[in-house]
Design a protein around this ligand. Structure first.
Ligand code: UFG
Length: 330
């Protein structure tokens, strides 16, 4: 059984990927600081280590003890707004710490890594759908911190033969089929969980940030990708790296976008609850439309989104929120 070190495996996307790895016959081993992750999101039968990715002693001990053959690296800070307030935190926690983590992996003989990157690497899109070759000009420190990691992985490939893939996620959403795993962020800033929390009457209304965008209904359009599809993309990336296929960055999205109004309308349909809407001013830094070009990942990784129609995304997310109205362990 191939054992995979999953940093940030107790986080939202990490925990779904850990479960998918186990189901696919891999042996996931989780390393998570639990600063934003949840211990309850990782099955009791999965080896779990609490600690920081820069703890070289711990990371090398895990690699030896568990006979790790590759890494999937999720551990990161991921709040765009916070990154604008504290850019130093993001360059330290994301960029600098990843550099040290990958260095430890390489020193211990682990030379394959799948890295959790973001559509925020592109900044304001120059063309839609956005191809990977599009210019990367992040407009916030979060996107910049992740893009710098992609660049460092490229140079580590040239110097030391690192095999890497960076998956540029568009809008991760949805939850495990049985509602046992899902999204639990503090603070929560994402549209779909906030709409569903409004349906649960934990919030008075759902705000639409901006109704004057250059889109058919005036609200922002995003490419929502089911977290189970994202999890599968990581497994395909690992398998493809094993086969020695080209390293690089891959968009993970569907190629189809939905507006904020469409998301809210679907949530009303799925929940049967007519939650109040507040039309609010634009949120700073939101581009009109973000939709992935997905030809590269389909061609090279033979991966395609399977669960990412908006109804399935919202149904699974709703199941999670109903079962866990206050998230994990609360
Ligand atoms: N939105 C609302 N009301 C809310 C919350 C969000 O109208 O209460 C809107 C946003 O303005 C945006 C859309 O819903 O137009 C989606 O917003 P999210 O916060 O759910 O997601 P983002 O598109 O802002 O963020 C995603 C990822 C980030 C990544 C970013 C890149 O979650 O990690 O894309 O732009 F950095």
């Amino acid at each position: 059984m191939k054992k995979i070190l999953v940093s940030g495996g107790a986080g939202y996307i990490g925990s779904h990927t850990v479960q998918a790895l186990a189901e696919a016959g891999y042996g996931p081993v989780v390393l998570d600081s639990l600063i934003t992750g949840h211990r309850e999101a990782v099955g009791k039968d999965i080896p779990f280590y609490q600690g920081d990715i820069t703890d070289e002693g711990l990371v090398s001990e895990i690699i030896k003890k568990e006979s790790i053959s590759a890494g999937i690296h999720f551990a990161a800070r991921s709040l765009v707004g916070e990154s604008v307030q504290k850019p130093d935190l993001y360059f330290e926690e994301n960029t600098a710490k990843t550099n040290r983590f990958v260095n430890t992996l390489l020193q211990c003989g682990v030379n394959k890594i799948v890295f959790s990157s973001t559509a925020a690497a592109y900044g304001n899109p120059k063309e839609v759908p956005i191809p990977e070759e599009s210019k990367t000009e992040p407009i916030n420190p979060y996107g910049a911190s992740k893009l710098m990691i992609e660049q460092s992985l490229y140079w580590l490939e040239q110097a030391y033969g690192l095999k890497w893939m960076a998956l540029r996620y568009f809008n991760a959403a949805g939850a495990a089929w049985d509602g046992s795993l899902g999204e639990d962020h503090t603070p929560e800033t994402h549209l779909i969980p906030l709409v569903l929390k409004t349906a649960l009457e934990q919030r008075e209304a759902i705000s639409i940030f901006g109704t004057d965008y250059d889109t058919p209904d005036g609200t922002c359009i995003r490419d929502y990708i089911h977290v189970l599809d994202l999890a599968e993309a990581h497994i395909r990336a690992l398998e493809t790296l094993e086969q020695g296929v080209a390293c690089g960055a891959y968009n993970v999205g569907t190629g189809t976008g939905y507006s904020v109004r469409e998301v809210i309308a679907m949530a009303k349909g799925v929940t049967g609850i007519d939650m109040p809407i507040l039309e609010a001013p634009r949120r700073e830094g939101d581009p009109d439309i973000l939709v992935a070009k997905v030809e590269k990942i389909q061609r090279v990784l033979s991966w395609q989104a399977r669960y990412s129609d908006l109804e399935t995304i919202i149904k699974t997310a709703w199941r999670w929120h109903q079962k866990h109205p206050h998230g994990y362990g609360k």
